[in-house]
Design a binder for this molecule. Structure first.
Ligand SMILES: C[S@@+](CC[C@H](N)C(=O)[O-])C[C@H]1O[C@@H](n2cnc3c(N)ncnc32)[C@H](O)[C@@H]1O
Length: 303
């Protein structure tokens, strides 16, 4: 995410670092490197015997993260930790990380500023671009394929389910009539005409439809479920899990999974209510307004 001056700003940075309780010599996993703001914070605390393992399924993000972390490590010189980067979805984490080897795991879900601000990635209706929305640009389908190939019923259902959009049927009908839909601007216009902004609403009328398509294209909720299911086996006793979500569907999965784990004696929940951004952070970085951080500590119970 970027602030108004265009600089990348990680959300809830200090809170995430504090809850992770980064200790020199430990092994930490950043499941969502993005532009590596949080990851750099961790790397600077790890010392020469520590290790960071970072994931991002977006090849462009992974390369930017690599550059940033290499720069940080070269500044740290002999004090730099080991860094391993994995260009895969975090649902594959169990194939890359040994059981009971991790001291802290961070996941900051959602779209990075890199993805959102670049028109060619097709995430945003602010600038017209091809309707793509894939985080992992090596694998399909694109949002254009979904919008042009799904039947009206499927489209309505996914817009309702993942966008929590009550006017999904009307929107799906308009999309089907407006096919072929090739760009973000074209889709935003179709949605805005079919379901204009309501008086009391402050968001663009296409916001929920875009969110729905993005979640669907990237299987975002399945990814989060898979990660939260794998995490307890990977963490050492007393290790920390920190997740940051940006909308209610993500946060509900995190909340339910941690509660269920706490019930089974696997997690001790550290945030009875989710941690949110301060007024000052929201002023600096408006997107932090919707961020919710939840943290838990792994108990010694076997899984
Ligand atoms: C909100 S950004 C993270 C920002 C990061 N914390 C920082 O400080 O720059 C989320 C990143 O996670 C990646 N991502 C989202 N879901 C993923 C998944 N299932 N597997 C791997 N990477 C994922 C996205 O490609 C994006 O780059």
């Amino acid at each position: 995410m970027t602030n108004t001056s265009g600089r990348h700003v990680p959300v809830l940075f200090q809170e995430a670092i504090d809850f992770l309780r980064v200790r020199p010599g430990g092994t930490y996993v950043d499941c969502t490197l993005g532009l590596a703001g949080h990851a750099e914070g961790v790397v600077r605390l790890l010392g020469p015997t520590g290790r960071l393992i970072g994931f991002d399924r977006d090849p462009e993000a992974l390369e930017l993260a690599r550059t940033r972390l290499e720069r940080a490590c070269s500044e740290l010189g002999s004090q730099a930790p080991a860094v391993t980067l994995v260009g895969e979805a975090f649902s594959s984490i169990a194939g890359h990380v040994h059981p009971a080897s991790v001291n802290g795991l961070l996941a900051d879900f959602g779209v990075s500023s890199l993805q959102f601000d670049e028109a060619h990635r097709g995430f945003s209706f602010q600038a017209d671009g091809p309707l793509d929305m894939r985080m992992d640009t090596r694998r399909g389908p694109t949002a254009a394929q979904v919008v042009n190939e799904a039947d009206e019923r499927e489209l309505a259902d996914l817009i309702y389910e993942y966008g929590e959009e009550r006017r999904s049927r009307r929107i799906a009908r308009a999309i089907v009539r407006g096919r072929p839909v090739a760009t973000t601007g074209q889709l935003a216009r179709i949605v805005a005409q079919a379901a204009p902004a309501m008086k009391q609403e402050h968001i663009h009328p296409a916001t929920r439809t875009f969110q729905a398509l993005r979640i669907y294209v990237n299987r975002e909720l399945d990814e989060i479920r898979a990660l939260l299911e794998a995490a307890p086996r990977l963490l050492k006793p007393s290790a920390r899990l920190v997740v940051i979500s940006f909308h209610s569907l993500e946060d509900r999965i995190a909340k339910d999974s941690l509660r269920e784990g706490a019930h089974q004696g696997i997690w001790e929940i550290l945030t009875r209510k989710p941690v949110t951004a301060s007024e000052e952070e929201i002023d600096r970085n408006p997107r932090s307004r919707s961020a919710k951080l939840r943290a838990a500590e792994r108990t010694a119970a076997s899984f």
